[in-house]
Every structure is written in structure tokens, then in C-alpha cells.
Design a protein around this ligand. Structure first.
Ligand SMILES: [Zn+2]
Ligand SMILES: [Zn+2]
Length: 373
């Protein structure tokens, strides 16, 4: 989860006129609340919250969303009437999550204005110039897919859907038609989808690729990664999908998409975490350019981020203590030392009679380092 992240579904979308939408309320909602607090401060916020369905992974961020507790804010929620909950389903879900003993504070502290609209697959409505279309998708206990048409472009959010029911497949194709960005479920591998995961209500990268091709989609985003999929598994899905449909992306925590005149620009959150150090190493780089052509060139590596290391010591450091490690490297006239602050995470005692194998992770922020005793 280092690169793709591990939060459950939550997206925020700002239309060109500034109208805010939130799509689903998974654990990512907590991060969104923190981000709004840092960018908006105490300014009043209004947002339209579109919920696809009531499975935990799509609602469990609700109690942890700070803006819900501030009286100056207002939220308009949209979702469907569940046959298990009846009228006011979404309101009930919200109240139940804040009921005792599941959470320390109750609904009376949720001071933000709340409005609820019950919608259904087939509905279409407009919010300040953004056209929203909802359609039923094939998922246990129901799920809505959303298409949002803004003056800058069209985004389709189709998570939690499994192909194979003709009527629902048609719904999905209607939603996806000509979209600039299609965010589609890609939880399973095509093999799992055909066998062990059949009936789970999820899809694969291959289904996304077929859909994107058939419907004239410009960009495909693989979404709803399996919690058991490592970064490498997701890398594999993305690689396979790009062989068939080059404009494919894998959803990442904090990923941003800027749409302008129907052109999408993708941006990843800062993921070069760890100790960042200036270096001057010559390098040979081989890769693939945007048009798919392979290239190789010489370059200078200007900065290096390091996360951890392993070394032999004659001393035995205490587990969870900190050390300084000065590494000599580089070429003359350029930075030739890297000083790293490390936290001891592993000790191999007894493998070698004179030395201890020590595993360390490097600490992000030198200012946060504790004094050495
Ligand atoms: Zn679900
Ligand atoms: Zn889900």
C-alpha cells in the first residue's frame, strides 16, 4: 500500500463553477476533511455527497469527517432507498454509525446542515450546471454508478460492479459513453473474476479495457483495488491494461485529475517520502515515453530518497533506538556524504560471532529525530 494507498473509496470533485461533490464516504473521507481544514480553514463549506451503496467500505469515513461537526457547513446527501432499510436509508446509516456504543459522540454533535435526497437508477438531475446521471450496477444489495457532466468534461464513477447481467451491462455502457474519465472497478484479476470471485460484485482491468474501447472513453482509471493486492499486483494489472488501452491509470490515494476542455491531466500525491538527500551520481536511464517509444539516455541523479538499510556492526544497538549513519559517496566537487538518521528495526544476533546484523529504516524528518543518548 506504499504507493497506491489503502483507503476505501472517497473522491472529491470540484466543478468549474466551484460546486463541490463528494463521491462515497469511505475512509478517504477523513483525509479529505483534513485537507479542507488546511485549505479552507473555518470558511463555510457546501457539498453534494453522492453515495453509491451502503457497504462498509463506502460509508465508514462518515464519523471521522470533521466538516460534519461544524455548524457553518451544509451537505446534501444522495443515495437510494435500500429494501433492507426503507425510507430515509442514508439518514439511518448515518445515525446508526453514531449510535452508542459504536462511536464516542452522537448525532447531536453533528452540527452541519444535512439534506437528504433519495434517488434511483435512471434518475438525472442538475446541480449548478453539472448534469448528474445515476444508473443501477450489478452488485449485491444494489449499487449506483454516477456520470457527472461538467462544462470541463465528463467523469464517470462506476465502482462495485460485476459484468454479466445484460441489463446492468447496458446501464454501465450508457454511463460510460464518450466519458473523458471512466473510474471503473478493477478489484479482481480476469482469472479470479471467472472463478473464485464470481458473484462478489466486482470487475477486472480487462473488463474496464473492453468497456473503455467500446464506449469511446478517453481515460480509464482502475479503481477499488483489493486490500490483499500489493503495489506490485496493482502494477501488474496496470501494465497489462496499458498493453491494450494505453490511457489507463491506477487509482492512488491522493491522485488528482484536472479536466479542461475535455483533456485530462493526472497528478500523483507526493510519494517520494523518506530521507531526501542531494547527490550527484551519473546514471543510465531506460524507459518508455508517452507515445510508447522506448528510450535510453545518460543523466545525473540529483536527489535520492532512502527508506532503509542493513549493515553489520560490532556493537549491538537497542531495538527502536536511533543512530546516525554517514555514507561516503559521490564524485569530487559534488556532495559526497549523505548523513542519515536511522531507527533500529531489526537485530540479527548470533549469526556471526563478532558482529550483529542491524536493519534500519531512515527517518523522514531530521527535525523530528530524538537526541542520541
Ligand atoms: Zn460493495
Ligand atoms: Zn466496495
Amino acid at each position: 500500500m506504499w504507493r497506491y494507498g489503502g483507503n476505501t473509496p472517497c473522491l472529491d470533485l470540484t466543478a468549474p463553477d466551484g460546486t463541490r461533490f463528494v463521491l462515497d464516504c469511505g475512509t478517504g473521507l477523513r483525509m479529505l476533511g483534513n485537507r479542507w481544514a488546511s485549505t479552507e480553514g473555518d470558511r463555510p463549506l457546501q457539498a453534494h455527497v453522492l453515495v453509491t451503496h451502503y457497504h462498509w467500505d463506502h460509508i465508514q469515513g462518515i464519523p471521522f469527517f470533521r466538516p460534519f461537526y461544524l455548524p457553518q457547513n451544509g451537505f446534501h446527501f444522495y443515495s437510494f432507498q435500500s429494501k433492507y432499510l426503507g425510507r430515509g436509508s442514508l439518514r439511518q446509516v448515518l445515525e446508526a454509525q453514531l449510535a452508542r456504543p459504536y462511536f464516542p459522540v452522537d448525532l447531536s454533535l453533528m452540527h452541519a446542515g444535512r439534506e437528504f435526497s433519495e434517488i434511483t437508477g435512471g434518475d438525472q438531475f442538475e446541480v449548478n450546471g453539472t448534469k448528474v446521471t445515476a444508473r443501477w450496477l450489478n452488485h449485491p444489495q444494489g449499487c449506483l454508478g454516477y456520470r457527472l457532466e461538467t462544462p470541463a468534461g465528463t467523469i464517470v464513477y462506476a465502482t462495485d460492479n460485476e459484468p454479466g447481467i445484460p441489463e446492468m451491462d447496458k446501464n454501465l455502457r450508457e454511463l460510460a459513453a464518450g466519458a473523458d474519465v471512466l473510474i471503473n472497478d478493477a478489484q479482481c484479476s480476469p482469472e479470479q473474476l471467472a472463478s473464485t470471485r464470481k458473484g462478489w460484485g466486482h470487475s477486472s482491468w480487462l473488463e474496464g479495457v473492453k468497456l473503455a474501447r467500446e464506449c469511446g472513453v478517453k481515460n480509464l482509471v482502475l479503481f477499488h483495488h483489493d486490500p490483499d493486492s500489493s503495489d506490485r499486483v496493482v502494477d501488474g494489472y496496470l501494465y497489462a491494461a496499458r498493453q491494450e488501452f494505453p490511457n489507463t491509470w491506477a487509482a492512488t490515494d491522493g491522485m488528482g485529475i484536472q479536466l479542461q476542455d475535455h483533456h485530462a491531466e493526472f497528478k500523483l500525491r507526493e510519494s517520494r517520502v523518506g530521507q531526501r538527500r542531494p547527490v550527484h551520481f551519473s546514471a543510465t536511464v531506460s524507459g518508455r515515453s508517452q507515445d510508447g517509444v522506448q528510450f535510453q539516455e545518460y543523466a545525473v541523479l540529483k536527489e535520492l530518497n532512502v527508506r532503509g538499510g542493513y549493515l553489520w556492526l560490532s556493537h549491538s544497538p537497542q531495538l527502536q533506538s536511533q543512530m546516525n549513519i554517514r555514507v561516503d559517496c559521490g564524485t569530487s566537487g559534488h556532495p559526497n556524504q549523505i548523513v542519515l538518521r536511522a531507527s533500529v528495526v531489526h537485530c540479527d544476533v548470533g549469526r556471526d560471532k563478532d558482529r550483529v546484523g542491524v536493519g534500519v529504516t531512515f527517518i523522514d524528518d531530521t527535525e523530528a529525530a530524538l537526541p542520541l543518548d
